[in-house]
Write a new protein. Sequence first.
Length: 425
Amino acid sequence: MNTTERSAASRWRSALAGLGTAALIGGLVGFAPTAATAATTYTITGKVTFSGNKKLNASKSGYLDVYDSKCNWVGYDSVTWKGSTYTLKTSKSGSYRIVYNGYAQSAKTPYGLSSAVCAKAKTVKVSSSKKKAKHNLSTKAKGNVYATVKSLKSNEYLMLFDAKTKKWAHSSYGWVAPGSYKLAKAKWNSKKQTYVPTKVFGTSSKSLSKGKTITVKSKKAIDINFDKKTVKSVKDFSYKAKAKATGSPKVGKVLKVKPSGFPKGTKFTYTWYRYGGVGKDGKISGAKKTSYKLTANETGAYVYALVKAKKSGYKAQTYWSNGKQLKAASLTQVTPQSVNGLVDGVATVDVPVTVTKAKFSQSGVRVDYLWSDQNGNESYDASFTPGFEHVGQEITLQVSYWKRGYKFVTRSTTFTVMEAPVDLR
């Protein structure tokens, strides 16, 4: 996965997470400016059209945000899609601003698409005399924002606020709808259900009005340094830029990584990483070339290359290559496992059942135990003592032996439980 794709995913996760409780409520219940009777349903329908790509499907490429006329987030009762046509239902009348945010790339832009920032979105009204309304949305390519800051306090984040409404609009980085914004350090206020500024970019004040205005343009990227109070235009590498690893994932073989989709003059640095194998996770010592010869330390691991791309006038970026996984090795068993405390496969109440572990030629093999009864109860200790509640039940023991970079070895045993015989002597 390349950096653009990874960044896109993380941006939208961050944006949705940033909405907090409100985002979770949005799809379930709506809040709106004017109350109506519980039996009344108001419907707004419209088509989302895309800039640069008529084939995009709105329902699969993004989502709707619904605000009141003052750009307070209000949500809706339900929304259904038929291709790029939406049907939004709410139980409350009033004037709404509907914003479409898309995370799909169109044919003409590497960025996502948006209908508008809330302050510039046209209003649509539903009322007792107009229970149905049509409201089409046309999209425009977003811009890209990079923002850095030296330090943030606990639970503090960099956030963008709409310059006109002063309401929270977006996280401080990623694809952003064209418009004017204020940047601020901010904390989530659960009572107000929004982010509240603690320090505003370009001023010592906490007032957004006194902060420096940031302009985001369609298909353009900007780089903001919060501490230096600077904003500069930068170029983004093409969304087609990527790093691809090739080669056979076997010990002794060579993997190679090749960047593509970059402009001439781009300079690259390379670092190879491994995860989940015999060797330590993370950077592979000394592996800083376009190729890497696999060693026994990569047995069972995923191996990736991290490529850093730099060019004058462009925002420096990092790109992960696809991963190559080496096959896990096999553990070599030298002594068998045995289960103690059973007589002909039967355990007795209050008599502990223990395990003599199997031994392997490899050192450092770890062991996990799982005891399960027929009622779905489980325990994970090295021994099991059946009680009267287990009489007549079948108990299953599963012992798993494992080591990083090696295949799991599992040994299972099943036994029944009976009461101890009564001594009549």
